[in-house]
Write a protein that binds this ligand. Structure first.
Ligand SMILES: Cc1cc2nc3c(=O)[nH]c(=O)nc-3n(C[C@H](O)[C@H](O)[C@H](O)COP(=O)(O)OP(=O)(O)OC[C@H]3O[C@@H](n4cnc5c(N)ncnc54)[C@H](O)[C@@H]3O)c2cc1C
Length: 387
């Protein structure tokens, strides 16, 4: 007799995390809308995140974290819950991992021991500086430089659209080092580092530009060896990209619930909207989108938790599937709610705006599709070639 297949359910430690995340989301709910409209860190959200201890999930146990290693599935299920309530809360949580992961994997003992426990306790907010005014997807074209002078590293350049800029206590910065690229840990109070806030986006976000003008840090602030910048960045993406899918699923689920509540509570032509014309099919299609994205996200996140780099194609598929689904679901939800979906300050209007940037950051959809297509062609060719 064959073994019965177990249910496709999350193991208990992830269900426990979900429960903790729900508690944190509930604690932030009264001021979530206000926090999401601000472009600086909201102290109430920050304090609740600290109190919850959930940011420990973003750091390895050796440095005050929750699990032996940063676990992509854990980050994904937490983000799913948080993003349904507050994009700001979700972003604060996620960036603790994304900003600090290169430190976890390649920081010197001194930098790791000094900073990572503070990241886990949310005493130090992290940030990752890749993008520049002239460079987004094509990161090999960056102009920021780092050079060694004696026992110091000197940085010059301009990083743009950096999440947490101004509130972060440190930046992991990608810079050109000779003919290659390195990542460098730069504390926010380093002389020569300054922050401006030239942009505000349609869904407010803690965002700013980081200027480096002869900023000097000790030699042991280079993360890894000279020239390891891209491989460290790839390892970070491989661990965290799938968690954007989790956040997109949570956001889409929240939008769907708003639409269902509205469509069952309002009648037109003597019938609840939920039974009128194409609306039932639209609601059901949203449900299909959300569930399909959730399954893809969990599968990819479980694979990434085992081996992030080997699962990067699955994480990429999940990121595209879930963020595009969130775009469709929030758009349909607004349509189902008619003029009430367009009211400024309403939950659905906020979710609609918050879904949009997800298709651009951490790998824009088109850029990911391009690399997936290359991988697909290679894989199929390998399967079809005679052994
Ligand atoms: C809310 C938010 C937060 C962010 N936070 C950070 C952060 O913390 N740190 C950081 O470093 N950056 C951050 N960014 C920047 C983000 O990483 C970039 O926006 C992203 O990499 C895309 O770059 P771009 O916007 O310059 O678009 P571009 O690279 O100019 O792309 C424009 C369009 O062209 C398409 N395109 C580009 N190249 C290709 C290609 N080869 N094939 C097919 N299509 C292509 C893209 O898909 C896109 O549709 C953030 C952005 C946002 C919106």
């Amino acid at each position: 007799m064959t073994e019965p297949v177990g249910l496709f359910e999350l193991p208990k430690r992830y269900l426990d995390l979900q429960a903790q995340a729900r508690e944190l989301a509930r604690a932030c709910a009264p001021f979530a809308a206000e926090a999401d409209e601000a472009d600086r860190v909201d102290d109430r959200v920050l304090q609740r995140l600290r109190d919850s201890g959930l940011a420990q999930v973003t750091v390895a146990a050796a440095y005050g974290g929750r699990f032996d290693a940063v676990d992509s599935l854990a980050v994904t299920v937490v983000r799913e819950v948080l993003a349904a309530t507050s994009a700001h809360l979700d972003s604060l949580f996620a960036m603790q991992g994304i900003g600090s992961f290169p430190v976890s994997t390649a920081g010197s003992a001194r930098v790791r021991e000094t900073w990572l426990p503070r990241v886990a306790r949310v005493e130090a907010i992290g940030a990752l500086g890749l993008t520049e005014p002239e460079v987004g997807s094509d990161l090999r074209a960056i102009a920021t430089t780092v050079r060694q002078e004696g026992d110091e590293l000197v940085l010059d350049g301009h990083k743009s659209f950096i999440t947490n800029a101004g509130d972060a206590r440190f930046y992991s910065v990608l810079a050109r080092e000779g003919a290659d690229f390195s990542l460098v840990f730069v504390p926010a109070d380093t002389p020569g580092l300054s922050v401006t806030h030239p942009h505000q986006i349609i869904a407010p976000h803690v965002l700013g530009d980081v200027l480096l003008d002869g900023a000097r840090v000790p030699l042991d602030h280079r993360l890894g060896e000279p020239g390891e910048g891209f491989s460290l960045m790839l390892a970070t993406l491989a661990t965290f990209r799938v968690s954007v899918a989790g956040a997109a699923v949570g956001l889409a689920q929240a939008a769907l619930e708003e639409a269902v509540a509205h469509a069952t509570g309002r009648e037109q032509f003597g019938t609840p909207l939920a039974r009128l014309g194409p609306i039932p099919a639209q609601l059901a299609q949203c449900w299909v989108d959300v569930e399909a994205a959730r399954c893809t996200a969990y599968r990819a996140a479980a694979a990434a938790a085992r081996d992030p780099l080997a699962a990067l194609h699955l994480s990429s598929i999940a990121k595209v599937a879930a963020t595009e689904a969130a775009g469709r679901v929030t758009d349909r939800a607004v349509q189902i709610m008619g003029r009430f979906g367009l009211v400024r300050g309403s939950t659905i209007e906020r979710l609609y705006r918050e879904a949009r940037p997800m298709r651009v950051y951490e790998g824009a959809t088109e850029v990911i599709l391009d690399s997936l297509a290359r991988r697909l062609v290679k894989d199929v060719a390998a399967r079809r070639s005679p052994a």
